[in-house]
Design a protein around this ligand. Structure first.
Ligand code: UDP
Length: 237
């Protein structure tokens, strides 16, 4: 597969066109940002881990009925994916209170919910990705009602499947963010990535944070945490 011109460079990834108009190549960087790009840094080896971890998890999800953009891992940092039009929504599922949920509602981290919650943010860096509800999504025509129903169905299924996989790794899935896109035929697929950049992962025994919160909150041991999570996932799959 031939890498052609660069389409886009984001905070953590670059995207290239290929000789196939329906296939793009994603290249994962070690760059890390937090707080809407205000905190910048680098996590050595993160690009390799996030690429490989996201691909492993997407392949599991595919076999369990969640369509994804995954096509083929090309090398340790690069993957061929289906070209999609990303829905401008961050889809966030929570099993346990943390992060912006705790801040918004003034509650401690670690409250285990009776049932998972879903929320959406409007992907718009200038606005700081504001929280958005279903009616406002329709008002802004960000997607159709049918698409949002599909997104919700897949998001909860992804949560059930990931909870099980991480559980086998001795890791509790606290919350995560996923994104969806439309492929050429109009169907909805899971896109973007699933990694410690986009999930909160706590050691089930000790509660130790094994995700990007170590970078966000300057907890140290960031590289080691990413490696630890990857090592456990490889063991479990
Ligand atoms: N998240 C993400 N990208 C974002 C915002 C959140 O991947 O731009 C992930 C984050 O890693 C966490 C989940 O979504 O696993 C919920 O994040 P939250 O809303 O608590 O926001 P944060 O505290 O990260 O600002």
């Amino acid at each position: 597969m031939e890498k052609k011109n660069q389409l886009y460079e984001g905070k953590a990834k670059k995207v290239f066109e290929t000789d196939d108009p329906e296939v793009l190549i994603v290249s994962y960087k070690d760059d890390a940002t937090a707080f809407n790009g205000q905190k910048k840094g680098s996590i050595t080896g993160k690009g390799v881990i996030n690429n490989q971890m996201s691909n492993l998890l997407m392949r599991v999800l595919e076999t369990k009925g969640v369509p994804t953009h995954y096509v083929e891992e090309l090398n340790e940092r690069e993957t061929a994916v289906k070209r999609v039009t990303i829905l401008p929504l961050e889809v966030i599922i929570r099993n346990i209170s943390a992060g912006s949920f705790s801040k918004r509602y003034g509650v401690e981290e670690g409250i285990v919910f009776d049932a998972p919650t879903i929320e959406f943010s409007y992907k718009n860096d200038d606005l700081g990705d504001p929280l958005i509800n279903d009616d406002h999504i329709y008002a802004l025509k960000l997607c159709t009602r049918e698409e949002l129903e599909t997104v919700k169905k897949y998001a909860f299924l992804v949560n059930d499947l990931l909870k099980e996989v991480w559980g086998r790794c001795g890791i509790t899935l606290v919350d995560f963010k996923i994104e969806f896109g439309r492929v050429k035929d109009g169907s909805i697929v899971l896109a973007d990535e699933i990694s410690p950049d986009t999930c909160r992962l706590w050691d089930s025994e000790t509660g130790k944070k094994l995700d990007k919160d170590r970078f966000r909150r300057d907890l140290g041991g960031v590289e080691e945490a990413y490696q630890e999570v990857m090592g456990r996932l490889k063991q479990a799959l």
